[in-house]
Design a protein around this ligand. Structure first.
Ligand SMILES: NC(=O)c1ccc[n+]([C@@H]2O[C@H](COP(=O)([O-])OP(=O)(O)OC[C@H]3O[C@@H](n4cnc5c(N)ncnc54)[C@H](OP(=O)(O)O)[C@@H]3O)[C@@H](O)[C@H]2O)c1
Length: 278
C-alpha cells in the first residue's frame, strides 16, 4: 500500500466491513495491521472473528496507533466523533466516506492537528468488491496520501479522482445509481412475468442480462450505442422494443433522475454546513 503504519476504521458498519474485506483480499495490509473502533459489541465481535482484526470500543486510541484512518460512521455523527477524538488526532491521513460531509467541515474538525483529509464517495457494490468510488483531496494532501486512498478503494472496485465540486454529481450518478439499476432490474422481471415467464425464470434472465451486458461493454471497450446497434437488426424485435423506450422518454427520465439526485445532494450539503454554523 506504500505505508508501513496501521489502517484504522472509525465505525465498523457495512461500508467499513466491505473495505476491510477488500484490502485483506487484495493483500494490501494484513489483518494484524487493521484496527476498528465501534461502540457496538456485536459489530466488534463479528469483525474480530470474521477478519481477525483488532477492535476497540472507543476511537480515541486509534489515532496514535494508525497512520491512516477511515471515517466510516453515519454522516450525522461525524462532527461529534471528530470533536471527541480531536485531542488524540495527530498527523494522520483521514479518509472520510460520510456522505454529504464537505471537506471544509472535516478539515475544521481536525484543525491544528496536522491531519490531511481525503473525502470519498463510494457505493454499495463495494460490498462485493465492484464499487465505484470518487476521491477528492483536501488541503495539504500529497501524492503518497492519494496513492494510499486509491489503493484502499481500488481493492473494492474502480476509482476516479475529482474536484470536490463534482461530488454531488457523483452522488447523483454512482452513489444513488445502484438504486436506479435495481429498479430497472425489477421492472425487467415484472415485464418478463407480464409476457408469461415464471418469476424465477424472469429473475434469472433479467439479472444475467444486466450483468452480461455490463461485462460485454467493459470487455469490448465499445460505446454502448455501438453495442446496441450490433443487436438491433432491421425490422426486428429489438428495434420494436427500443421504440417503446424512446416513446417513454427513457433517456430523458434517466437524465432527470440523476439531475434530481445531484440537486438533492447539494441541498443536503448546504443544510449540513448551515447546521454546523448555528
Ligand atoms: N452504504 C452505502 O451505500 C454508502 C455509500 C457511500 C457512503 N456511505 C457512507 O458510509 C458511512 C457508513 O455507512 P454504513 O452503511 O457502513 O453505516 P453503518 O452500517 O451504520 O455503520 C456505521 C457504524 O459506525 C458506528 N459508530 C457510531 N458512532 C461511532 C463512534 N463514535 N465511533 C465509532 N463507531 C461509531 C455505528 O455503531 P452504532 O450502529 O452502534 O451507532 C455503526 O456500526 C456513512 O457515513 C455513509 O454515508 C455509505
Amino acid at each position: 500500500m506504500g505505508f508501513s503504519g496501521k489502517l484504522g476504521f472509525v465505525g465498523g458498519g457495512l461500508m467499513a466491513e466491505a473495505l476491510i474485506k477488500g484490502v485483506l483480499q487484495a493483500g494490501l495490509v494484513g489483518a494484524d495491521q487493521i484496527v476498528v473502533a465501534d461502540p457496538s459489541e456485536a459489530r466488534r465481535n463479528l469483525l474480530q472473528s470474521e477478519y481477525k482484526v483488532a477492535v476497540l470500543a472507543d476511537a480515541v486510541e486509534l489515532w496514535s496507533r494508525c497512520k491512516v484512518v477511515v471515517l466510516a460512521v453515519k454522516p450525522q455523527v461525524v462532527t461529534k466523533v471528530l470533536a471527541s477524538c480531536k485531542a488524540h488526532i495527530v498527523d494522520n491521513l483521514l479518509i472520510s466516506i460520510a456522505a454529504g460531509i464537505p471537506l471544509a467541515l472535516l478539515e475544521k474538525g481536525v484543525q491544528g492537528t496536522g491531519c490531511r483529509v481525503i473525502r470519498v464517495m463510494p457505493n454499495t457494490p463495494a460490498i462485493v468488491l465492484e464499487g465505484a468510488s470518487a476521491l477528492s483531496c483536501g488541503q495539504g494532501v500529497v501524492e503518497a496520501d492519494l496513492a494510499i486512498a486509491k489503493g484502499i478503494f481500488e481493492a473494492v472496485g474502480l476509482t476516479v479522482v475529482v474536484d470536490e465540486n463534482y461530488l454531488d454529481a457523483v452522488t447523483g450518478l454512482s452513489g444513488s445509481g445502484p438504486a436506479y439499476v435495481f429498479t430497472f432490474i425489477e421492472a425487467l422481471i415484472d415485464a418478463g412475468v407480464k409476457v408469461g415467464l415464471a418469476r424465477p425464470v424472469a429473475e434469472t434472465l433479467a439479472m444475467q442480462t444486466v450483468l452480461g451486458s455490463v461485462r460485454l461493454a467493459m470487455h469490448e471497450g465499445k460505446h454502448p450505442a455501438e453495442l446496441r446497434a450490433m443487436v438491433t437488426s432491421p425490422g426486428g424485435t429489438t428495434i420494436a422494443g427500443l421504440h417503446e423506450l424512446e416513446r417513454g422518454a427513457f433517456r430523458s427520465v434517466i437524465m432527470d433522475t440523476v439531475e434530481a439526485a445531484t440537486k438533492r445532494s447539494a441541498e443536503l450539503g448546504k443544510l449540513v454546513l448551515a447546521d454546523d454554523n448555528k
